[in-house]
Design a binder for this molecule. Structure first.
Ligand SMILES: C[S@@+](CC[C@H](N)C(=O)[O-])C[C@H]1O[C@@H](n2cnc3c(N)ncnc32)[C@H](O)[C@@H]1O
Length: 181
């Protein structure tokens, strides 16, 4: 995980999130993003397929005194089965849980389905941030697919930008998709 990339991504999210906001963390992992979001938003829905990740996130939230989070043990493409509200922002931090089974990484098809589904719930003026890693094969394919998808979005409905260190080989990056209408 690149600290500078995550810190920039968080700064960008801060521009879109208020204490009234409903936000989604599509990949809870160890809960760093979930805790950051819970500090600044009204409510956070955090997903992960691994019970171990949710346990770690639950513990981080408990020690930080944060209770405005619903933890959901399900794959993120099922977001519409769990959330019946407008969503102001969503975060995807792709890849695998550091220090755990690398086979349990996010996958191209489900990631794309999840991004499409969450874009349906996002309010105009809302933001989806997707951090992708290209240092492993599965990640490279996924990063390419997510970039292709973002590039194909109609420019009158979405503003798409990317933050990436261009002078680093296989640099991870964050895509920002802002819904305009
Ligand atoms: C890079 S970690 C996320 C790091 C996390 N945001 C943090 O701040 O600690 C990626 C997480 O995505 C989870 N994941 C993989 N496939 C998923 C899926 N289909 N739906 C939801 N979570 C998934 C993994 O279990 C892993 O915990």
């Amino acid at each position: 995980m690149s600290k500078r990339l995550i810190s920039f991504t968080h700064k960008m999210l801060e521009e879109y999130i208020t204490s009234e906001s409903v936000v989604v963390d599509a990949t809870a992992g160890n809960g760093h993003d979930t805790a950051f979001l819970a500090e600044i938003a009204g409510h956070v829905f955090a997903f992960d397929v691994q019970e171990e990740a949710l346990k770690s996130t639950r513990e981080r939230l408990r020690t930080s005194g944060l209770s405005n989070v619903t933890l959901i043990h399900d794959s993120h493409e099922n977001i519409p089965l769990h959330i019946y509200k407008d969503v102001d922002a969503a975060v995807f931090n792709l890849g695998y849980l550091p220090g755990s089974d690398k086979a349990l990484t996010t996958k191209r098809e489900t990631t794309l389905a999840a991004i499409e589904n969450v874009l349906e719930l996002i309010v105009p003026g809302g933001l989806v941030a997707v951090t992708a890693y290209t240092g492993h094969n599965e990640g490279k394919e996924e990063a390419r697919a997510v970039t292709d998808f973002a590039e194909s979005l109609p420019k009158d409905a979405y503003k798409v930008s990317v933050y990436k260190f261009l002078n680093r080989l296989d640099a991870p990056f964050t895509l920002f998709i802002e819904k305009l209408k």
